[in-house]
Design a protein around this ligand. Structure first.
Ligand code: FES
Ligand code: FES
Length: 175
């Protein structure tokens, strides 16, 4: 069967099979920032926005998404032009392997859209179903709070992530 999806602003008609979940279909379509961690709706890795609401894409039948607007991590920013939430994660060193990060960033976007000035407790509650095996949660929480501030027009709390990443590119390290 065919379903009509608007993915990151682009309208697409996609062929899906019965029982295909949205996460699988999005990945087939090239949106590989949608991760499949548990396939059971519990780890948060497959989070996307569906008509602005956070959904675990692995738990949503693709046919039930017919006609909806989907936003994946690829719709937020690019390598050269990161979304403020993505930039805050970089600046706070809130990323290790990165597997959980698209889901966390999507959840953060949803939270900040609904609540531009969240408390630390509200951030922790928002991401309490985003499982990260690497970082613990302190740095992502700090990144989300800082991102919310940046999106309110405040100065970034931390901006040194880019500088430290640049230092990894020093040519003399390879000599
Ligand atoms: S893969 Fe969807 S919530 Fe874990
Ligand atoms: S950064 Fe590795 S799972 Fe979260």
């Amino acid at each position: 069967m065919k379903v009509d999806l608007t993915i990151n602003g682009e309208r697409k008609t996609v062929e899906v099979r019965e029982n295909d979940d949205l996460a699988t279909v999005l990945r087939w379509e090239g949106y590989t920032g949608v991760k499949c961690g548990c396939d059971g709706g519990t780890c948060g890795a497959s989070k996307v926005l569906v008509d602005g609401e956070t959904e675990m894409a692995c738990g949503l039948a693709a046919e039930d998404a017919d006609g909806f607007e989907i936003e994946t991590i690829e719709g937020l920013g690019s390598q050269d032009d990161l979304h403020p939430i993505q930039q805050a994660f970089v600046d706070h060193f809130a990323v290790q392997c990165g597997f959980c990060i698209p889901g966390m960033v999507i959840e953060a976007k949803s939270l900040i859209a609904a609540n531009p000035d969240p408390s630390e407790a509200e951030v922790r509650e928002a991401i309490d179903n985003n499982i990260c095996r690497c970082t613990g949660y302190q740095k992502p929480v700090e990144a989300i709070l800082d991102a919310a501030g940046r999106m309110r027009g405040e100065q970034a709390a931390v901006t040194d992530g880019g500088a430290r990443v640049d230092s990894c590119d020093r040519g003399d390290l390879n000599e």
